[in-house]
Design a binder for this molecule. Structure first.
Ligand code: GDP
Ligand code: MG
Length: 595
């Protein structure tokens, strides 16, 4: 065990975790230069395209140091605010963390929040400044920030360029000299933490684990501590660039298990794996339960695809323990699922993955948070959906989730960031200057006000120089009304929202205007109305047209005509018939696009 190091890389998004991982894989010859493509660990297409790490990935490397071979287990973690759950699972499986900070950006909100997680788990931290090859690198300033934050010495900070590979050898050495080896007893009963799982259509479920105590042998009968399910360890091994079968995995090591598990519910990430005949006494702590923060309906574009959608969601859930869903039905959209997400980016990714990996075309509805409704019958109901709200006469009061939000920004944007947070009903709790031009603001604010468009706005007013993190911080009384949208007099339940009474009129008006823009003209007038109860508060009309889009081409240019027709056809995808009106996907998310 002396020769094993388990570590993760934590950083704010885009600070260079995946690129640093690439260089380490190369310098340890885990991957040949020929096999190398950028950010190899991001093997999902979607990750490559968005350039972000969605899932954590684990990989083993071998590294010789002063004649002694070491086994490194690297767990790559995502840095986006929506995925902090994945970060916490990775951290619980490691003894050390590389804290990567971009030399041109300095410390950002997720640098701090991930660092707190790591410090709470007693990890040894190696601070690294990345991207020192860039002209805009402010190495000295960033060193000051890191020293302030960690209380470390300046010369403990390693400067690297993950792009060129400069300094990476020093990182590899420091992993050995500065991160403690794992401890644990290979002869004790098996106690292993399941930190991830993937579904493979050929092999079923592959679960990744870290052994804390004991030894897992191929063929052993194993038991999941929390679910109580038992299996035989058909194949166990190490994760290299490919799966590498082994006869046994010992305390301190990281490995995978394949054991005929076929169902999403069979593996609970965060569960403890133990031996059936000789089980451990307690499960491993250090895992949080996943708490979805944002809820939205997901419906198949094609009504008949409901069962296919269910199967796809179950498979997706294997890879994504933070996705929750339950069946729901909508008058407008038919049968679908109410899903819980960690945040808006997560929601977008789920929709994209359903489309790409499962060929499922879906409509997502207006996201909302979960409210606690106290009824006059003294019941408490968790409402994840505006249409799930009890009748007004039965409601005593409603509580909404409140978050504590932390924003770090350059001082020049302080005024605008402050205004944005206050517009979103934020209450300033503290304002701390980290350096002369960087300030950390702490607000409490209702979660419902940030799920809509907070993040995008924050990015744009600060030109990307503000970072943001939050956690749930209790519930608070809220004066909410249900705002309905009617199309040609018919209520579209999927467009309803719960909103603060003070904002309702303005919001209703904007929704109608936006929907008028988004709903294409049809062969009859479409009335769009916003209503609170029986009272109509706003109205717009989409005028009828019978438009031949090719008419404008004067019959001349055939290829242009074809392009136009194709464009029109594409535009038809993700449309739903609601009553006699065709409503495009964008309309169901109109709420996200209001100014
Ligand atoms: P992650 O989100 O932390 O995983 O960040 P990535 O590894 O995906 O890197 C984000 C971006 O920064 C990519 O475009 C990288 O090519 C770039 N990048 C990473 N490290 C360096 C570096 O040392 N120098 C320069 N110039 N760019 C880098
Ligand atoms: Mg990455």
């Amino acid at each position: 065990m002396e020769n094993i190091r388990n570590f993760c890389i934590i950083a704010h998004i885009d600070h260079g975790k995946s690129t640093l991982a690439d260089r380490m894989l190369q310098q340890t010859n885990t991957i040949t230069d020929r096999e190398m493509q950028n950010q190899v660990l991001d093997d999902m297409d979607l990750e490559r395209e968005k350039g972000i790490t969605i899932k954590s990935h684990a990989i083993q490397m071998e590294y010789d140091f002063e004649g002694t071979p070491y086994q490194f287990n690297l767990i790559d973690t995502p840095g986006h605010v929506d995925f902090s759950y994945e970060v916490s699972r990775a951290i619980a499986s490691c003894e050390g963390a590389l804290l990567v900070v971009d030399a041109t950006q300095g410390i950002q909100a997720q640098t701090i929040s991930n660092l707190y997680l790591a410090v709470n788990h007693d990890l040894d931290i190696i601070p690294i400044i990345n991207k020192i090859d860039m002209d805009a690198a402010m190495v000295d300033d960033v060193k000051d920030q890191i020293v302030d934050l960690l209380g470390c010495k300046r010369d403990e900070i390693i400067c690297v360029s993950a792009r060129t590979g400069f300094g990476v050898d020093l990182v590899l050495e420091s992993i050995i000299t500065r991160i403690k080896p794992p401890s644990g007893d290979s002869n004790a009963p098996l106690q292993a933490l399941v930190f991830d799982s993937v579904f493979n259509s050929f092999r079923g479920i592959i679960a990744y684990f870290r052994v804390f105590n004991g030894t897992l042998k191929s063929g052993d009968k194993v038991k999941f501590f929390n679910t109580g399910k038992t299996y035989y360890a058909e194949e166990i091994g190490y994760m290299k660039m490919k799966l590498m079968p082994k006869q046994e995995i010992k305390a301190g090591e990281v490995g995978y298990i394949i054991s005929g598990m076929k169902n999403a519910v069979d593996v609970k990430v965060g569960d403890t794996l133990t031996n059936f005949e000789n089980p451990c006494k307690t499960s491993i702590a250090g895992f949080e339960d996943v708490k979805p923060m944002v809820f939205a309906g997901i419906y198949p574009v094609d009504n008949d695809a409901y069962e296919d959608l269910r199967a796809s969601m179950e498979k997706l859930q294997l890879n994504d323990a933070s996705l929750t869903f339950e069946p729901e039905s909508s008058l407008a959209l038919g049968f679908g699922f109410r899903c819980g997400f960690l945040g808006l980016l997560h929601m977008e990714i789920v929709q994209e993955r359903l489309f790409r990996e499962f060929n499922m075309d879906v409509i997502t509805t207006v996201p909302n948070v979960s409210f606690k409704v106290y009824t006059t019958k003294k019941e408490i109901i968790d409402v994840h959906n505006p249409s799930g709200l009890p009748a007004a006469t039965l409601i005593d009061y409603i509580d909404e989730p409140i978050i504590q939000a932390q924003v770090i920004t350059k001082s020049e944007y302080l005024g605008q960031v402050m205004k944005l947070c206050i517009d979103k009903r934020g209450i300033l709790k503290s304002q701390i200057f980290l350096t002369s031009d960087r300030v950390e603001l702490t607000f409490t604010m209702p979660l419902s006000d940030i799920v809509i468009d907070f993040y995008d706005k924050l990015k744009s007013i600060s030109r990307g120089y503000a970072s943001f993190d939050y956690f749930l911080n209790g519930y608070q009384r809220a004066d909410l009304v249900k705002l309905d949208i009617l199309l040609n007099g018919e209520m579209v339940d999927a467009l309803s929202s719960l909103i603060h009474r003070d904002y309702a009129y303005n919001f209703g008006r904007k929704m109608c205007e936006k929907l008028q823009e988004l709903i294409p003209r049809q062969q009859f007038d479409i009335a769009i109305q916003a209503a609170i109860g029986a009272k109509i508060i706003a109205r717009e009309t989409v005028k009828a047209v019978r438009k031949d889009v090719t008419a404008k081409c004067y019959g001349g240019d055939i290829s242009r005509k074809r392009k136009l027709l194709e464009k029109q056809k594409k535009g038809k995808r993700r449309m739903r018939q609601v009553g006699n009106v065709e409503v495009p996907q964008e309309a169901f998310l109109a709420i996200l696009k209001l100014d």
